[in-house]
Design a protein around this ligand. Structure first.
Ligand code: CAA
Length: 380
């Protein structure tokens, strides 16, 4: 077991850290307050290689591996969770197209995604009545000549109003999970309408919208993977995506701890800095232990993915533990700040609001437990 970072991993982490501290963090509060989606930050992340960290260099990626990807997400998330979620989904879409796309699709779509030209990628799987059970989706695609015509609606689509490339799941037959196929749809395609942005509790600098497809046509060359393989593509993408969200949770948890350490040194009560009191020290000890445990689980899943060994169970364990951890840690951070934790003068109330969705999206904690239990039983 080697806990040292390689030269490449250190470079990616430091690049992301510098960008996060100098560009992302100073605006994070404003993005949250004013619900601003930072298009310029996405373009800059593209220039720095952060939108395709684990994407081959021939398609414009940094080709730096999955651990590097996790390290980069942690840095961006520690500065601004909103910015990190769009980064995660863009990396996930680019990797999915690299894995299952034709050469033409990789050249057309992946290069646009990782360079920032497309601003972001979007992952249009969930529907108003099909979230945890994507196999129940009813959006459909019908073949007409050499075109696919998509009709239906999608819900909770991250970066949906800005994404230049959208990966869309649609039903091509009535065979449940086996009836789903996957399509690449570009922003501005006639028949695609972006709905009203959701007014969210957290991640307010991220854009979350419904998408409506009304006779939205794409060429047959936009089918990603084989017809009927869409469900499996979604599962494969989400296995990797869950490492991204686990990393995001680690980043937000770390930021909450850093803010708390600063606060307990500055704030005095009963004639002492409050960090002198054992009650708060024990809180910090538990927060740090949980956050670092989550990082180790996340990097183990990342290492397994990088080595191409099955990692479904480990990705779900990392996502489950890290997202629950960040909620607990951010909650403790607010508690430890007292009244100041409840107002926006300090960042911990934002961290808590941002952390809340992590146990919900890319598979709820309950779905992660289903995946983990199935894998545990399968392995005997
Ligand atoms: N890798 C490859 N194939 C997989 C797989 C995986 N990890 N998991 C399942 N499959 C395959 C199975 O082998 C099976 O194949 P066969 O039919 O050939 O045997 C097929 O897929 C169906 O699998 P299941 O029977 O396990 O499917 P299920 O209907 O019981 O569902 C589930 C399983 C794990 C609950 C799945 O539905 C799931 O993950 N749900 C959660 C969906 C989710 O995470 N949504 C998040 C939305 S995206 C998002 O949030 C992005 C964002 O913007 C932030």
């Amino acid at each position: 077991m080697n806990f040292d970072l390689s030269e490449t991993q250190t470079l990616i982490r430091d690049t992301a850290r510098k960008f996060a501290r100098e560009v992302v963090a100073p605006r994070a509060r404003q993005l949250d307050r004013e619900e601003i989606f930072p298009v310029d930050a996405y373009r800059q992340m593209g220039e720095l290689g952060l939108l395709g960290v684990n994407v081959p260099s021939e398609y414009g990626g940094a080709e730096a591996g999955v651990v590097s990807y996790s390290l980069a997400v942690i840095e961006i998330a520690a500065a601004c969770a909103s910015t990190s979620v769009g980064m995660c989904v863009t990396n996930m879409c680019a990797e999915l197209i690299c894995q299952f796309g034709t050469e033409d699709q990789k050249k057309r779509f992946v290069t646009k995604l990782v360079s920032g030209e497309a601003v972001a990628g979007a992952f249009a799987l969930s529907e108003p009545h099909a979230g945890s059970d994507p196999g129940a989706g009813t959006t459909n695609a019908v073949k007409k000549g050499d075109r696919w015509v998509i009709n239906g609606s999608k819900q909770w689509i991250t970066s949906g109003a800005y994404a230049g490339v959208i990966v869309v799941w649609a039903r091509t037959s009535n065979e449940g999970n086996k009836g789903l196929s996957c399509f690449l749809v570009e922003k501005g395609t006639p028949g695609l309408t972006v709905g009203r942005a959701e007014d969210k509790m957290g991640l307010r600098g991220s854009n979350t919208v419904p998408l409506l497809f009304e006779n939205c046509e794409v060429g047959e060359e936009n089918l990603l993977g084989r017809q009927g393989d869409g469900f499996k593509l979604a599962m494969v993408a989400l296995d990797g995506g869950r490492i991204g969200i686990a990393s995001q949770a680690c980043g937000v948890g770390r930021a909450a701890i850093e803010a708390s350490v600063k606060y307990v040194k500055d704030r005095h009560a009963f004639g002492h800095p409050i960090g002198d009191f054992q009650a708060l020290r024990f809180m910090l000890a538990d927060m740090t232990t949980q956050q670092q445990t989550a990082e180790l689980l996340t990097w183990r899943a990342a290492t397994m993915k990088e080595k191409k060994t099955p990692f479904t169970r480990e990705a779900s364990m990392a996502k489950l533990f890290a997202s629950e951890m960040s909620n607990k840690v951010c909650d403790k951070a607010v508690q430890l700040h007292g009244g100041y934790g409840y107002i926006d003068e300090f960042p911990v109330e934002r961290y808590l609001r941002d952390a809340r969705v992590q146990t919900i999206y890319e598979g709820t904690s309950e779905i992660q437990r289903i995946v983990i239990a199935r894998e545990v039983i399968k392995a005997g």
